[in-house]
Design a binder for this molecule. Sequence first.
Ligand code: ATP
Length: 441
Amino acid sequence: MTPLDIIADACRRSPRSVREGRLVGVTAQGATASGLGRLPIGSRVRIVAPLQDGLLADIVGSDSAGTRLACLGSTDGLAPGGRITAEPAASLHPHPNWRGRILDAFGQALDGLGPLAHGSRACPLRRPAPDAAVRRGFGPRLSTGIHAIDLFAPLCEGQRIGIFAGSGVGKSVLMNMIADRTPADAIVVGLIGERGRELRAFIDAMTPQTRSRTTIVIATSDSAAAVRREAAYAATAVAEGFAAQGMVTLLLMDSITRFAMAGREIGLAAGEPPAVRGFPPSVFAELPRLLERTGPATESAAPITAIYTVLVDGGDHDEPVADAVRGILDGHLVLSRAIAERGRLPAIDVLRSVSRSLPEAHGDDELTLMREARGLLSDMADVEAVVRLGAYERGSNARTDRAIALAPRIESFLTQSPRQPFERLPFAALTDLLKEQPKDD
Ligand SMILES: Nc1ncnc2c1ncn2[C@@H]1O[C@H](COP(=O)(O)OP(=O)(O)OP(=O)(O)O)[C@@H](O)[C@H]1O
């Protein structure tokens, strides 16, 4: 290429060189434009219309009808003919003072506490995940203060896990307990598609210390799908900004299912075919792009430990989003309705939960103890129905007798309420508990 070709090519690629586009179609879910042919998918544009001055939108597709736009706000008031101009890609400038603040998907303060300070480093909302080769391994084991996690599915610095739960099984309370008890310099909470009142409930449940190190990014269920999706990227970008400033960061995102649902709305409105249970293929391409951005430290950034909630309504753990997320993350905690109904909260089903930081995360003695306790719970699960019926005769099997005696004690050790004091190292307490001779009652 001649120098002239290079300059011409750069000009063609620059958003500013794109001619103005025009709206040619509008629906409740999105809009179609002409004249934006050169802008690639993912580009940001601004719609200038009489009743919607400055509405942002993302290019999400292109077909014979024109360029498909997902609007970051209501399409009310838009009409064909509106002018469209190219915008730079979205980025945020996280500042340590953002801890303690509540932001929307665009990084605007929602808490009435005045304007936000801005850091010097730009954190793009969309960016590739760090190269796998520059990521370190998991950092040290974190003490979450939740016995079921610390004993059976440990979490290490830089690990990413999912909490798989139906509605009302104790997911929000568990997230709050983890935020309160897990050591981190900064916590970022992404509330994606939540009901408005849940923000207040989430904040009220936090201790002042947790609140002061937490940034909340929220897009409620009534926001446009593109805004809900944007909030997940914004929360991730804020966590990346803190990590780049050397802060060990914990990201809690509730929920990744609603992020996927927002992607489904956007994809279908843009004309994508529904592939698996109504989810278009782009959703499954987008999940790893978001989830791979958190994880262990790199040379230039501290680790981001991440916890994503996944809604499994109806208990279907194999639905496509849950299945895809489970395949990407480094572990999953299953919250069981049956366990919650028994009153054992947090209702983490330790037999169905997995942490990929095992076995390295535990020492040899701890692993032995964990396996023994798990074995007892598993033996108890096998005979529970028979015992309930009164059909088991004590003394017929020594192993079963031991499980019947000790499993309820383990269950009670796993029961924790939010304000209850907790042990940082629950192994010693579990050792004592398993050592005690079961009473003969
Ligand atoms: N560890 C716990 N100790 C005592 N009570 C708990 C515990 N965890 C949950 N609960 C009770 O269970 C109720 C439901 O919990 P939570 O709101 O966390 O569920 P959820 O799964 O987030 O619900 P939703 O799906 O509606 O958002 C809470 O109101 C609380 O009273």
